[in-house]
Design a binder for this molecule. Structure first.
Ligand code: ZN
Ligand code: ZN
Length: 404
């Protein structure tokens, strides 16, 4: 520890000294297109770097050897946490080739320090080299909380309306349906919000989506407004919503089933049955029932949330399950998985038409790479690997099984 601190302060001193004049930085300008940048170079003023213009492949010429204040500040910041091997600084961004004995730890301390100065570091691996990109932190726009509130109130209205007119035809049951559904969806979003707080990610309050038909809502979303720092944060952000929603849905669904009366025959209100819903029925009735003489709204709302949880946990694109898998897989593999899953669901849709919508959704919406965390290099720690495993188990429990 002591040695490390000592080494760091020596580095700091050498960079302070370097700033005084010896820093091998040169300002280059393209002879043809006038593009200019700063590079780590020992070339003298007037020397040429043939064909090195990244814009037109023309010749670059050293025009000065001074370092702008802001750039020297950024370099000093990075140098406190990494060894700088090389860099190019153009407008608004510095690209560096770096090295560190523990890149994960170095990145975390750099991230904290850079944020305070208004910069955002991004770490990637390219051809076996560790690359850092320093950009200005994007400004986060303030959201109008009134919109969240109005949508929430509207969703209370539409879920009650649908519960009353289309599902149960009774005020108490409509209120129970609306209240329990919003409680479970709200817990899901609260889970995301807590993970965002924990990881210093800016996220909005939930936007509930009112819909005056079917279930009265399409659920809720929160918008993530600042980049996710680490793979750990990515897994937590994705897993926490479905896990919170699932944990609240379990007891509510069970109580709802206990208050329902299964029928021996009749048509089923459930187009598909998640594994856990079957288990809860076995616990409540001792058998599985497709039909009900009376169905308590808590059981129905719980079933809705379990089905939504299964969809959210599909390991694809920007879905909650997609974030978790992106913490485990690199960009290319995550993309392949998303495409294959979309295609598989479309094929399965031949047998289970309901899956077709999900298949099309995944196949046509998620057509680009998942950017991943700012540190897309370090491996995931054990704790979050466990969290991902638990989330996968919940996903399996929510998968529908044939019960006929
Ligand atoms: Zn040029
Ligand atoms: Zn979610």
């Amino acid at each position: 520890m002591g040695r490390e601190t000592a080494k760091r302060s020596i580095e700091e001193i050498s960079w302070q000294d370097a700033k005084m004049n010896e820093l091998p930085v040169a300002k280059f300008e393209c002879v043809s297109c006038k593009y200019s940048d700063y590079r780590m170079s020992t070339r003298e003023v007037g020397e040429l770097a043939p064909g090195e213009c990244p814009r037109c492949h023309g010749d670059m010429k050293v025009v000065a050897r001074e370092v702008p204040q802001e750039l020297s500040g950024q370099l000093a910041l990075v140098a406190k946490h990494f060894d700088i091997k090389d860099f190019v600084a153009a407008k608004n961004r510095v690209e560096l080739a770096v090295a560190a004995p523990n890149a994960k730890r170095s990145f975390r301390s750099l991230l904290g320090a850079a944020k305070k100065k208004g910069y955002l570091p991004v770490m990637r691996e390219q051809e076996g080299e560790l690359k850092l990109l320093m950009v200005k932190s994007p400004r986060v726009k303030k959201e109008n909380v009134l919109i969240n509130l109005l949508l929430f109130l509207a969703t209370i209205g539409t879920t009650f309306f649908v519960g009353f007119y289309f599902l149960f035809g009774n005020t108490l049951y409509a209120a129970l349906f609306s209240g329990s559904l919003l409680l479970m969806l709200g817990s899901h979003e609260l889970g995301h919000k807590i993970a965002a707080w924990r990881n210093g990610v800016e996220a909005t309050l939930p936007y509930f989506i009112p819909f005056p038909y079917l279930l009265g809502t399409f659920g809720a979303i929160i918008k993530i407004k600042s980049p996710i720092p680490t793979k750990e944060a990515l897994v937590e952000m994705g897993a926490s919503g479905p896990l919170f929603g699932f944990l609240v849905a379990l007891p509510l669904t069970f109580v709802g089933l206990k208050l329902s009366n299964p029928a021996l025959e009749g048509t089923s209100p459930f187009i598909i049955m998640p594994v856990i819903f079957v288990v809860l029925q076995l616990l409540a009735f001792g058998h599985i029932s497709a039909a009900f003489t009376s169905l308590n709204p808590l059981a129905f709302a719980g079933w809705v949330v379990l089905v939504i949880t299964m969809f959210n946990l599909l390991p694809a694109g920007q879905l909650d399950g997609g974030h978790v898998t992106r913490g485990l897989l690199n960009r290319e593999n995550h993309y392949k998985l998303t495409r294959m899953l979309g295609l598989a669901l479309i094929l399965f849709g031949w047998f289970v038409p309901f899956l077709l919508i999900w298949g099309f959704f995944i196949f046509f919406i998620f057509r680009s790479y998942h950017t991943g965390a700012l540190d897309d290099v370090s491996t995931l720690s054990k704790r979050q690997k466990w969290l991902a495993a638990v989330t996968f188990v919940v996903f399996l429990l929510c998968i529908p099984i044939p019960t006929g």
